[in-house]
Design a protein around this ligand. Sequence first.
Ligand SMILES: Cc1cc2nc3c(=O)[nH]c(=O)nc-3n(C[C@H](O)[C@H](O)[C@H](O)COP(=O)(O)OP(=O)(O)OC[C@H]3O[C@@H](n4cnc5c(N)ncnc54)[C@H](O)[C@@H]3O)c2cc1C
Length: 380
Amino acid sequence: MDFAPTDEQRMLLDGVDRFMARHLPPDEVRRRDADRDPPYFLLPLMGEMGLLGQTVPEDHGGSGGDWLTLALVQERMGYHAFMAVVLLNRVACFGIESILAGGSEEQRQEFLPALVRGEANFAMALTEPGAGSDAGGIRTRAAKTDGGWVINGRKTWISGAEAATRMVVACRSGDQPRGSRGVTMLLVPPGAKGVSMTRLEKVGNNCSLSWDIGFEDVFVRDDAVLGEPDAGFDVLRATLRFARAGLAASVVGVAQAAVDTALEHAQTREQFGRPIGSFQTIAHRLADMQTSVDLARLATYRLAWMIDQDLPCEREAAQAKLVATEALKSVSDEGMQIMASAGYAASSDMQRFWRDSRLYTFGEGSSEILRGLIARDMGL
Ligand SMILES: Cc1cc2nc3c(=O)[nH]c(=O)nc-3n(C[C@H](O)[C@H](O)[C@H](O)COP(=O)(O)OP(=O)(O)OC[C@H]3O[C@@H](n4cnc5c(N)ncnc54)[C@H](O)[C@@H]3O)c2cc1C
């Protein structure tokens, strides 16, 4: 495995730095976080720069590139602003990868070019009030009818639904009352008749809006099925693997930003006549923080490399997501301790990293569920 960035990748990452400095400088990140104002305007600009079609085959408008390059981009963009990379991830994972995993040729033609250009955007609607970690417990029902399906039920905590071209809605369709069989994925426009949306307030990730969504006799045509009827978990599993890879890479970027912010403070803040970083307790804390981020980065690159080799990597996806999100949780907490009142101020980036970090260790597979998956893969 060779993770040294190529000249081309270096140029791409320099381009990401310039892109973020121009379109979403740090003050604008803070302003949008305070105003809960997602930067959707970035998507077509990302599309123009070729950032969204990294893993899409060239005949569908992408660059047919690799996951390691995408992971590098996600990490760098996450370093500048999670609120930007979360939009890229939704397009790349819930849009592009779910269509690549289960889309018919017509769906590929319809959605892939628009997703690559940043003119379409998908949301994943899996979680329900009674089914979080236990995804097999979903009860939203899709009943087969003439020419299509009728959906009834409720989803909750769905991110970005307000701007989605389609929501990928996991519905129970078979006779099985629970479990991974008998689930069909349906592509539903948020504006479809019978869909109602209520915004949920929360403590972090302010620029990724969350929704409680009701479905009352919502009709979609047969061509809205993604993958095979009753076998929707096949699409879901493939999509989640990429979602975890993308989240891990993005979170490594945020974690590095948290370490750098704390380091700068430790080097400049003086108490007792010397920089606080010269106290061994602070210096060792920073050494541990950087080490945990570096280890998470390696797990993330290894996963991207394995995806590129087409190797089975559910365990490695779980491991990368686990170590990256736990690393961010711990370094943002330690960073807050190092910065003390300066980190607790509403104007500080550290408080945003710290608030945001609390989501990632349970969203898209909690640390407990991931440890269970890794243990099972070890034969336990
Ligand atoms: C801001 C935000 C955005 C989200 N975005 C989306 C989205 O876009 N789409 C979507 O579908 N969902 C989304 N979610 C939902 C998210 O994926 C769930 O919160 C997550 O799956 C956990 O479910 P839960 O919150 O119901 O917790 P629960 O499943 O109730 O878990 C509670 C606790 O019990 C633990 N636990 C549960 N089962 C076990 C077990 N078998 N062994 C050990 N421990 C266990 C969990 O690890 C956790 O610590 C979002 C959530 C939030 C808060």
